[in-house]
Design a protein around this ligand. Structure first.
Ligand SMILES: [Zn+2]
Length: 374
């Protein structure tokens, strides 16, 4: 392989893996491949970016805990993921018992014991601050505080507005990146095939022009980022990734996705689905979350405090989701219509996983009571 071919291969390999995410646990990535207003959810342990500069994405996680005025439990409820991530050992703490929270190897450690996965929804300092805020309050005041906290993760209208602002603010960047991409493809092809130069523009001149376009795009991204940061009024603003990509052109071909990475506030997957997912994908996630509240998987060896916490949390999250879905004009009853029988012998189904059975009564392997198929 010639030096030129090696350079071209390395450049495109770095461009393709730029923005890739690989983690210990599965996360939702809502990806808009072409830059439209809809983004499709995918749940897995790795994610890539759209190769097209117009693409953008929102990452989201199920909340790995449940809480109530009594305390905090590491058994999740209202999970949109299937299978829902559940802990091997159920733990519950009263708010006043939580003395220390730290993050180690992607886990939140509460009072010295590994508790749950660390997510952007709940960092160690968030959790410690919440415990400190709840501890001196009455149960009624705690309930209000926790409900407000829950609502912060359930704001589809806000997420939709952010997606619109991001797309509008970065339209010029997509144009700049698109031109750079086309120019880079051309220059790569001419390197590989050793095309004779046309005479009008020499290869070095073309490369300098591309470099100028790259710097111009990053400069424009810096300008737009100032407006975006002002819009979210976060103090301190998230660290800027732009100086890094100025010196690393493979990372600067998708500036919209780069600015979008820290643009969406941590949210429940259902809120993101309501904001940006197309109807079928949205309905699936809404169904999963509601089914997890209505037919929860029982924690193994559940202790009374965990049960108390989960009862409050399921009821409260269910109420909040119901109000939200009504506002978003999602017909909940339609989601829970019994499925059509998949065979002549099918006579029962599991309302949670929708699997069908040929024996009426009993329960599915996950312990959910079966319902008759009409
Ligand atoms: Zn089932």
């Amino acid at each position: 392989m010639s030096d030129h071919a090696l350079l071209v291969t390395v450049f495109w390999a770095l461009t393709l893996i730029d923005g890739a995410w690989v983690g210990r646990r599965a996360r939702f990535s809502f990806v808009s491949w072409l830059g439209g207003r809809h983004a499709w959810p995918v749940l897995r342990r790795w994610h890539g970016l759209s190769p097209w500069p117009g693409g953008w994405r929102v990452m989201a996680d199920d909340l790995p805990v449940a809480f109530s005025p009594a305390g905090l439990c590491n058994w999740p409820a209202g999970s949109a993921a299937r299978p829902a991530a559940t802990p091997a050992v159920v733990q519950a703490w009263r708010w006043e018992e939580i003395a220390s929270v730290s993050e180690e190897a992607g886990q939140l450690v509460v009072n010295g014991r590994p508790f749950c996965a660390a997510t952007p929804l709940f960092t160690a300092s968030d959790l410690l601050a919440l415990a400190g805020a709840c501890a001196p309050l009455s149960p009624e005041a705690r309930a209000i505080l926790l409900r407000v906290r829950l609502r912060l993760w359930l704001r589809p209208a806000h997420l939709r507005r952010r997606a619109t602002v991001l797309r509008a603010r970065t339209a010029g960047l997509v144009l700049g990146n698109g031109l750079t991409l086309a120019g880079t493809v051309l220059i790569s092809l001419s390197f590989l095939s050793r095309l004779p130069e046309s005479g009008a523009v020499t290869l070095p001149e073309f490369a300098v022009g591309l470099l100028g376009l790259h710097c111009l795009s990053v400069g424009l991204a810096w300008w737009e980022r100032r407006h975006l940061v002002r819009f979210i009024r976060e103090t301190p603003p998230p660290p800027s990734p732009l100086l890094g990509v100025l010196l690393y052109p493979p990372g600067a071909l998708r500036l919209r996705a780069l600015l979008g990475a820290s643009w969406f506030p941590p949210s429940h997957p259902v809120a993101v689905a309501l904001a940006v997912a197309p109807p079928a994908a949205r309905d699936e996630l809404v169904f999963n979350a509601l089914a997890d509240l209505r037919w929860p998987l029982a924690p193994a060896g559940g202790e009374p405090l965990a049960e108390e916490i989960l009862t409050w949390y399921r009821r409260t999250l269910g109420e909040e989701l119901e109000v939200l879905l009504k506002r978003e004009s999602v017909d909940i009853a339609r989601l829970f219509v019994p499925p059509e029988p998949d065979g002549a012998a099918s006579c029962a189904y599991c309302p949670r996983c929708r699997a069908q059975f040929v024996v009426a009564g009993g329960s599915c392997p996950q312990g959910v009571a079966l319902r008759p198929l009409k």
